[in-house]
Design a protein around this ligand. Structure first.
Ligand code: PMP
Length: 386
């Protein structure tokens, strides 16, 4: 066969799906596996959200809609941003997308030419590094350090900025570490971006999933008018991963061009799913509160359990539903350890290296599972070393 386009040899997959496949192979052989690999709440989508989708289909709201999203959802998002970020974007600064992921791909594609640098957290969500490579952009990962509780340090970013830097990607609360940046760290980065004239994509998909810390957004400085773009969505907070619904908010000219990407690639986001999104934001937030209460209990159980395993040490995450324990005390690398834990303990987690080179020496556990499963898994891991 003839060679494909060059970019296809640079784009990468996601470790979570690789390890899920490994676990499923074991399950087909009749082995029991406890799952900690996939970043997806184990709760069902709340009933009132589902009802809106059923009803919208009944009412035949099933055709094409505006490429950039339906107006009534955009208006609800305006209110949402006003309540959570304290500024009100214009309707035409909002682009509704099928999931949050295109809100990474489209802005990166829209803003960065080959050879221009993208700064992003490492360990970080694998799509960032993969799309950097796909675009042939300059790859500038910034190490998140355990001694800084895995928070991105503005001084580390400042050091890497050159006249080639085009885009900084932030993600707080963070996947895979659960870290939450402080207001002053975020503000310093906002100032830096302004001073050096750099775009910022702020992946805020976990903005509603905080334990004690308060949410703060880098976008409040320019109110997404000049250089900052918010990425948020429904997958995590409303347990809607399979529905595919997210959005970006940014400077009008950029949103307009990304609307053209929508027209060419997808036409629009599914009509009745957008209606369900209105209910998610406007309806009761009780299911989200209940979910976060459960996640807090699970977080405390898993952090305690991981710290009792010889050679492991684990910080307490401040947001999302991931823990990122160090395994440096065991002498094994993160892939060896994830494979050992899967094969010898029947527990599926991910190697930290699946989130970038600086994730080596760590594992990621997604604690979207019951406290009983967490306790059982921690016992089985401990036993696997005895
Ligand atoms: N950003 C981050 C940091 C994520 O963890 C995820 C999902 N794991 C996404 C974006 C993508 O979300 P979605 O499923 O809505 O595309």
């Amino acid at each position: 066969m003839k060679k494909m386009a060059d970019g296809m040899y640079r784009i990468l997959g996601e470790g979570a799906f690789e390890y899920l496949a490994k676990a499923q192979t074991l399950e087909r052989e009749g082995k029991k596996v406890l799952h900690f690999e996939i970043g997806q709440p184990d709760f069902p989508t709340p009933q009132h959200i589902k009802e809106t989708a059923y009803q919208s289909i009944e009412e035949n709201f099933t055709g094409y809609v505006s490429a950039t999203g339906i107006l009534d959802l955009k208006e609800v998002i305006q209110d949402e941003i006003e309540n959570s970020r304290r500024f009100r974007p214009d309707v035409d600064q909002i682009l509704i997308l099928p999931g949050a992921k295109p809100g990474i791909f489209f802005p990166m594609m829209s803003l960065v030419n080959p050879g221009e640098d993208i700064i992003y957290p490492d360990p970080g969500f694998p799509t960032y590094g993969s799309v950097v490579k796909y675009l042939n952009a300059g790859d500038v990962p910034i190490a998140l350090k355990e001694e800084n509780e895995f928070r991105l340090n503005p001084d580390d970013i400042a050091e890497k900025i050159t006249n080639k830097t085009k885009l900084i990607i932030l993600n707080s609360p963070q996947n895979p570490t659960g870290s939450v940046m402080s207001k002053s760290e975020i503000d310093q980065i906002a100032e830096l971006a302004e001073e050096k004239d750099i775009f910022v994509l702020s992946d805020e998909i976990y903005s509603k999933m905080l334990y004690d810390a308060k949410f703060h957004s880098v976008t409040v400085r320019d109110e997404t008018k000049e250089r900052t773009i918010i990425l948020d969505g429904f997958s995590k907070s409303y347990a809607m991963t399979g529905w595919r619904l997210g959005y970006v908010i940014g400077p009008k000219p950029i949103i307009e061009k990304m609307g053209l990407l929508m027209i060419n690639a997808l036409s629009c986001t599914t009509s009745f799913v957008q209606k369900a999104g209105i209910t998610a934001l406007q309806g009761t937030q009780e299911p989200l509160k209940e979910m976060m209460k459960a996640f807090r209990e699970r977080r405390d159980a898993i952090v305690k359990g991981l710290n009792e395993i010889p050679g492991f040490s684990c910080l307490t995450p401040q947001g999302a539903f991931y823990t990122f324990p160090s395994i440096k005390g065991t002498g094994m690398n993160s892939r060896e350890m994830a494979d050992h834990i899967l094969n010898q303990a029947g527990v599926c987690c991910l190697p930290g290296s699946a989130f970038g080179p600086y994730g080596e020496g760590y594992l990621r556990f997604s604690y979207a599972t019951s406290v009983e499963n967490i306790k059982q898994a921690m016992e089985q891991i401990k036993e696997s070393f005895e």
